[in-house]
Design a protein around this ligand. Structure first.
Ligand SMILES: Cc1cc2nc3c(=O)[nH]c(=O)nc-3n(C[C@H](O)[C@H](O)[C@H](O)COP(=O)(O)OP(=O)(O)OC[C@H]3O[C@@H](n4cnc5c(N)ncnc54)[C@H](O)[C@@H]3O)c2cc1C
Length: 484
């Protein structure tokens, strides 16, 4: 099957009902349930973009198996041009949600492309796992599946050592191996897009390093979301059923985060990619370069999101007539600096890309790490804060769309107009500014950017332990030596 349409994605979700729970209710159909249906529509729009005659060339490439067009994020890049072309495709998808849907399917397509490009890594444990990775990659590429992933084990308590101590009562644990596959039991967080994905991928993550004795927690696999025994427990929906005018982001881009429970779930052997080898599980991100490739998708989206919020700030100050005020200019200038810094990191990652040991063109890890770390730690929370500082009371003096149809409309129209915008246009804009900086949707966005790639403290510890500072220390020693 070539690249899917939105309709085919929705039909796939309907055909394979999964066990999803939200606010005490078992969801019958995620494509029609109010908590999910608009998020589903937004993902469907991404698939439709692959069939837009003006976009198809930018969004797809010919399948190496059938020659039919398949999603470009599945391409295994061999040249810098491939990376740049892939980034442009990802920009189109990111812009379609203003950078707010982080788990557009390209995120996991890229992981599996990088794994397939480095499939020999998986053979080190058991030779047949190389074939499993390659076959699964081809299967998701040819069927254009949307994947979620859940990498973090729930923990009963946080161990401050760099190695996570896992409780078998809670963490996802291997129960047994059978002729058909492996059986796993336990829980994982946090499957963003989980209820509205086709498959769920499970693997470890560097921030929660597995201990030497964690063999029964060391695996990587991927299974359909409707696999028996798999249950998704959702947080409350940020789509409150309001209009696009009132909740411009929440009414469109709810990608839903879910906790996943596994009740003795059978994973067929052909879907197992790693098993029982702690070192390979801890090392796959570097060993396959998937860290750099995912980072390329992440940073692409971060640049889009920064540009969107910068554009929003510009409209806010023009609407309020604050463009000549020095501190307003200084805050917007700060946003420009952030955008330029992120863009520079992205371009440096591409310009300094090199072939990895598997012959896959791999973005340079340093600028990727710097850009995505800065975005989550400081840039995005600060950009949101600046929208609050620029918007002030206009973020609260905010009529709902239906207020314009009431007897209070004349007052709204008279008093809420500014020199550059009528009351309706001002309100529409400030609903967007509110959804970026004040609503529950916006709070989750900030939390997401801070945490999704791992707690910043743990990430910093990894950076501290792995970054080669010695050349710089040596230069300082040389300078000190000149003072003797
Ligand atoms: C909105 C959102 C969406 C997400 N989506 C996904 C997803 O789709 N897939 C997925 O797999 N994950 C996802 N995550 C989970 C994310 O990867 C984790 O939240 C992140 O790795 C932190 O892990 P944790 O929540 O267990 O917190 P911890 O890492 O346990 O941190 C909790 C607190 O304790 C401190 N701490 C605990 N243990 C240590 C230690 N050993 N060393 C240093 N500090 C420690 C931390 O500094 C932090 O303050 C998502 C998270 C959020 C918030």
């Amino acid at each position: 099957m070539p690249a899917r349409t939105g309709e085919q994605y929705i039909a796939g979700l309907k055909e394979r009902p999964r066990e999803v729970w939200i606010r005490g209710e078992r969801v019958e159909d995620v494509t029609t349930h109010p908590a999910f249906k608009n998020g589903v529509k937004s993902v469907a729009a991404l698939y439709d973009m692959q069939h837009d005659p003006e976009m198809q060339a930018a969004m797809t490439y010919p399948s190496p198996t059938t020659g039919h067009p398949v999603g470009l994020s599945f391409q295994i890049p061999r040249t810098i041009e491939d990376l740049v072309r892939r980034r442009k495709m990802m920009e189109h998808w990111a812009w379609s949600s203003c950078g707010m849907m982080a788990r557009s399917p390209d995120f996991l397509n890229i992981i599996f492309s990088s794994w397939a490009g480095a499939a020999g890594y998986f053979a080190q444990n058991r030779p047949e796992f190389e074939m499993n990775v390659n076959n699964y990659y081809e299967y998701i590429r040819e069927n254009d599946l949307a994947l979620t992933h859940a990498l973090i084990n729930l923990q009963r308590s946080r161990d401050p050592s760099p190695v996570t101590a896992l409780s078998e009562q809670v963490a996802l644990t291997l129960v047994k191996e059978t002729d058909a596959g492996i059986v796993v039991h336990g829980s994982r967080v946090l499957a963003t897009l989980g209820p509205i994905s086709d498959d769920i991928a499970i693997y470890p993550v560097a921030t929660h390093r597995l201990g030497d004795d964690a063999n029964r927690h060391s695996f990587s696999f991927s299974i359909p979301c409707d696999t028996p025994g798999l249950k998704f427990l959702c947080r409350e929906s940020l789509d409150q059923g309001r209009s696009h005018f009132d909740h411009p982001l929440g009414s469109r881009f709810e990608e839903m985060d879910s906790t996943v429970f596994f009740d003795n779930v059978l994973v067929p052997w052909e879907r197992v990619f790693l098993l029982g080898d702690v070192d390979l599980c801890n090392g796959y991100g570097e060993g396959t370069s998937s860290n750099s490739h995912t980072g390329h998708q992440i940073l692409t989206r971060c640049v889009v999101k920064a540009e969107f919020v910068l554009g929003l700030a510009d409209l806010v100050i023009n609407t309020l007539g604050t463009t000549t005020i020095p501190q307003v200019q200084e805050r917007v200038a700060e946003m420009i600096t952030h955008r330029e810094t992120l863009r520079a990191c992205l371009r440096a990652a591409e310009a300094d890309a090199t072939l990895n040991q598997w012959g896959v063109m791999t973005p340079a890890g340093g600028p990727i790490m710097a850009g995505r770390t800065m975005f989550g730690r400081t840039i995005y929370p600060r950009m949101v804060e600046i929208i609050q500082l620029l918007g002030t009371s206009s973020l609260m003096a905010l009529p709902s769309e239906c207020d314009f149809d009431t007897t209070i409309a004349p007052e709204i129209n008279q008093y809420l107009a500014t020199d550059t915008a009528n009351a309706r246009d001002r309100s529409k804009l400030f609903h967007l500014a509110w959804d970026v900086s004040c609503s529950s949707f916006s709070g989750r966005q900030v939390l997401y950017e801070r945490m999704f790639g791992g707690d910043p403290v743990r990430t910093a510890i990894i950076l501290f332990n792995n970054y080669n500072r010695e050349p710089f220390a040596e230069r300082v020693r040389e300078f000190l030596a000149t003072s003797d």
